[in-house]
Design a binder for this molecule. Structure first.
Ligand SMILES: *Cc1c(COP(=O)(O)O)cnc(C)c1O
Length: 409
């Protein structure tokens, strides 16, 4: 038997059946028409934002990083809850603009933006977080072509990164952002060329559960922004402090102490150098806001035994929920929290592996976990499915239908 992660707080059952958004999963599946199905809970999203606002200093804006879950209804929900949206493609930008969020509160980061993407952003009034000096020149040219003054911020590749960060996106050689040493010069060039300079975007890592590591990185980010502001000789209108707040997917992981993070950030901002006195601040989060609010529901199609091991074969798999299979940026495969949704809370009775319907040994949603007995027709719930699920999985692989998605609450 292998351990699995903890089911996030807030999930309950009625008559032994898992509820999502207060409704039994059989109801949700009947409404959607089929499995596999992702269900996202709006009330949980609102609760996450409220929880974070209570922890963070009031002056820190909360942005939703859309790549975690770009479903238009999810984005529209966050548009009504947060202060800004961060997008990473023209496709995401179109969804963000349709969500009701003002263009002035949308920013566009990401390497390899094409000229037509830069033009679309400038035409819409979206801020472009520049990933290189060459991109800056192309953005200026796009603005000149359109006769619109582009809103440009500079994404800085910091020399540090969040310690123990689950995904390395800052520190050392990176395709993201402009190295610290060149960042101020690029800002000065953009200002001199007449751009509407919006400030800095400094992203130092992702999926960190250690509050001390995030606190250290945020303090270093404020210090770096102040030093760069001095070098630019102008106050950045906005300092995007990045994100990196993680969620507990795996056995032994515990939720991040966001109160400690908020407390320390409050102190860091209160003590900030004069060069940042008039700047606004934001953080941008994906998974922390949405990851726990989604459940992936997949039905058991077959139950079989091989060499003494039990396999529950489902109609879902890694083509919808790649991360749970351990093939999305993890080195060692560990188990996400799973449950038999129609026997929720029942005692474990056997050790079983939950596999998908793809013809590859990689397609394993849970490896040798303790579950109540699972039979054909049962519904498996895979938790932590709100972020990097449907949109981050190879849905075309093997030609199965895409997963259904719905919002509740
Ligand atoms: C991916 C990404 C995010 C979101 O990361 P999470 O770990 O989901 O919070 C935020 N900002 C940038 C620049 C990103 O690339």
């Amino acid at each position: 038997m292998k351990p699995m992660g903890s089911i996030p707080a807030g999930y309950a059952a009625r008559d032994g059946e898992l509820l999502v958004g207060g409704r039994p999963v059989s109801d949700l599946i009947a409404q959607a028409g089929d499995t596999p199905l992702f269900v996202y809970d709006r009330a949980m999203m609102a609760a996450r934002v409220a929880r974070l606002r209570a922890a963070l200093p009031a002056e820190v804006a909360i942005h939703y990083a859309m790549k975690a879950n770009p479903h238009p209804d999810v984005v529209a929900t966050f548009a009504g809850l947060v202060d800004g949206l961060d997008v990473a493609s023209a496709g995401e930008m179109a969804v963000a603009l349709a969500s009701g969020m003002a263009a002035a509160d949308i920013s566009f980061a990401g390497p390899g933006k094409r000229d037509r993407e830069l033009e679309a952003a400038i035409a819409a009034g979206v801020t472009i977080n520049l990933e290189s000096a060459a991109e800056g020149r192309r953005a200026l040219a796009a603005g000149a072509k359109l006769g619109i003054r582009p809103k440009l911020a500079v994404r800085v590749n910091p020399d540090f990164e969040i310690r123990g960060s689950g995904m390395r996106m800052g520190g050392g050689a990176k395709p993201f952002g402009v190295d610290e040493v060149h960042a101020a010069a690029l800002c000065r060039d953009m200002i001199a060329a007449g751009a509407d300079w919006r400030g800095f975007h400094i992203f130092a890592g992702s999926q960190a559960l250690d509050a001390a590591a995030i606190i250290e990185a945020q303090a270093a980010t404020v210090t770096l922004a102040a030093r760069l502001a001095d070098e630019v000789g102008a106050a950045p209108p906005l300092v995007n402090l990045g994100g990196g707040l993680g969620i507990p997917y795996f056995p032994g992981e515990v939720p991040l102490d966001v109160d400690a993070v908020g407390h320390a950030l409050n102190a860091a901002l209160a003590a900030r150098p004069a060069s940042l006195r008039d700047s606004a601040f934001a953080i941008e989060l994906g998974r922390w806001l949405v990851g726990e609010t989604g459940v992936y529901l997949t039905r058991v199609i077959d139950r079989k035994e091989s060499h003494g091991e039990i396999f529950l074969v489902t109609d879902g798999g890694l083509h919808h929920q790649l991360a749970a299979s351990g093939n999305f940026g993890t080195v060692v495969r560990r188990n996400y929290p799973v449950a038999i949704a129609n026997r929720f809370g029942a005692e474990a009775a056997e050790t079983a592996s939950v596999v998908g319907c793809l013809c590859t040994p990689l397609d394993r949603l849970a490896d040798k976990v303790a579950l109540p007995r699972g039979d054909v027709g049962d519904v498996i719930a895979v938790f932590m499915a709100g972020a990097y699920g449907a949109s981050a999985s190879p849905q075309a692989f093997l030609g199965h239908a895409p997963a259904l998605e719905m919002l509740v609450g």
